[in-house]
Write a protein that binds this ligand. Sequence first.
Ligand SMILES: *Cc1c(COP(=O)(O)O)cnc(C)c1O
Length: 387
Amino acid sequence: MKGHMFNTKLIHGGVDGDELTGAVSVPIYQTSTYRQKELGGNAAYEYSRTGNPTREALEKLIAELEEGIAGFAFASGMAAITTVLLLFRSGDKILISSNVYGGTFRILDKVFHSFGLEYEIADTSDLKALESRMGPAVKAVLTESPANPLLTITDIAAVSELAHRHGALSIVDNTFMTPYLQKPLTLGADIVVHSATKYLGGHSDLVAGLVVTNKQELAQRLAFLQNAAGAILDPFDSWLLIRGIKTLSVRMDRHLENAAFLAEFLRSHPAAEKVYYPGFPDSEGYNIQKKQASGAGAMISFVLSNRYDIREFYKNVNLIALGESLGGVESLVCHPASMTHASFPYELREKIGIVDNLVRLSVGIEDKYDLANDLTNAFQKAEKREA
Ligand SMILES: *Cc1c(COP(=O)(O)O)cnc(C)c1O
């Protein structure tokens, strides 16, 4: 490694180019298997589900960026989360944040539940409430901070300490922050998961998941499970993700600048009844966010005033695309109640604040004035006329 600062690691971390040829870009080892020199010899690579040099370069890179000891790359964020959940067994219970990613809730509710792995939804931003849920069956607390889509903040250090005190693991989905803004392992978490489809990839051109741990025993079990279940990331997408990660900090700086600008814009616009953005000094959990992360991220949610027609709003955003996903260079807007959180039952959605007129914005890196103009125009078209 030619340097140890974060921005240098983004470019030269993991495996820095190719030793054999001097190529500055890690080669794509598009191979399923490897010629072995002799029977029973200790080949470095045997089969690409078990190990592939391009994937390994990515895995070393994300481990360095998250300050863990081992990284694992998967075919999607959900494949990463599923593999982490395979660490547990029938009778175990996992506590999840009430605002956890919809797919995480779905796999626990619809799949793992039928194998006897239980889950309970807890408000992880309320430590007292969380503590009362702990018990011998609870083997992990799975949190996201800021959590989707209301950007609720969880104190990662406090939750990790609490989990450890009760013999449970602390697992953090760091998708919204990336290691550029927040490093959960340094705050006490045991496992970090990512949908690298979002900011790490950054260009809406791949689907991938990553896992990092700083515990030897967990690293061994995760390596076993990654190979056993086999939901690995392929060599080409591993290479593409390495490429995306190189520009993470320059992209994030612009994402942050644009989001801060649009959050203020929305707050002063009558169409937005309430704006959720962890960068507002009067937002809930602001001091915790300030303590554990070096930025507010680029996700904003707002409640559209009922004087505006929500369908017309979505129809009339133009530069900003209506779509699932987030974290790409292009701005996206989505409707959590019918899109990302459709797998939550209606009562649960209402209870945790995912109301039907909630809008979630993933702020891209376009010109911020163009983005504000696009919203202004969509609001104008969506404003209900007096009868
Ligand atoms: C998108 C997302 C996931 C799932 O990742 P995929 O790559 O879509 O499988 C998990 N957690 C969070 C926070 C996400 O935003």
